[in-house]
Design a binder for this molecule. Structure first.
Ligand SMILES: C[S@@+](CC[C@H](N)C(=O)[O-])C[C@H]1O[C@@H](n2cnc3c(N)ncnc32)[C@H](O)[C@@H]1O
Length: 198
């Protein structure tokens, strides 16, 4: 049994971090690419808290992709939100399926980050947006969290904001990293690819 299978009840119980206010702000960041009726993919979306709020705020269809049944089974069964079991590295979606991708507190868990970003580029339409909400691993508290996750058998590969921006640019997604509150930061970038090719 993997980390997320046994930790899912705890994450579901204590992991909620989104409010109507901060999800409205996230929706605003995505709105240049997502019109009402648009399509958003929440990769590593867990129990779907952000997906539900974004579907409402953007009037869009949000798909939660996650490999952990103990998380994804708890995504509310509501109009505008759907679930797919799978990983970031091998997505069961056609090319150009989404207007935007959001990844919240999950990127550092992807075992093959390069493969995952290749999939982001493939399944996002040209000009679509990729938003990654991550934690900057620097500092004492984050050092302890990173160490704790390792002890629990979930070795995260955290990137600093500069590393994230450089890495995403090297994979074809140019964007900006911006500090949010505490150790949180966001990467927001545009998928720049020809209209007829992945
Ligand atoms: C800490 S939870 C975050 C859940 C949600 N995004 C949030 O912000 O509350 C991390 C999630 O990443 C998922 N995950 C782990 N490895 C993954 C992978 N390779 N591809 C997609 N999701 C993955 C886990 O199953 C888990 O639901």
């Amino acid at each position: 049994m993997g980390f997320f299978n046994w930790a899912a009840p705890l994450i579901r119980r204590f992991g909620d971090r989104f409010t109507a206010e901060n999800s409205a702000e996230i929706a605003e960041w995505l709105s240049p690419a997502v019109e009402p009726g648009g399509r958003v993919l929440d990769v590593g979306g867990g129990a779907g808290q952000l997906a539900v709020l974004l579907a409402h705020a953007l009037s869009a269809s949000v798909t939660v992709l996650d490999p952990t049944p103990e998380m994804i089974d708890h995504v509310p069964d509501i109009s505008g939100v759907s679930t797919v079991t799978g990983t970031a590295e091998a997505m069961p979606f056609a090319d150009d399926s989404f207007d935007a991708i959001v990844v919240s507190d999950a990127f550092h868990h992807f075992r093959d980050q390069e493969g995952a970003v290749r999939e982001f580029v493939r399944v996002t339409r040209p000009g679509g947006l990729v938003l990654i909400l991550e934690l900057d691993p620097r500092g004492l508290l984050m050092g302890l969290i990173v160490f704790g996750e390792k002890l629990l058998g979930e070795p995260g590969a955290f990137l600093t904001p500069d590393e994230m921006c450089g890495f995403m640019a090297s994979q074809g997604i140019d964007g900006l990293c911006e500090k949010l509150q505490k150790a949180d930061y966001r990467f927001l970038g545009t998928v720049d690819k020809p209209k007829d090719a992945a």
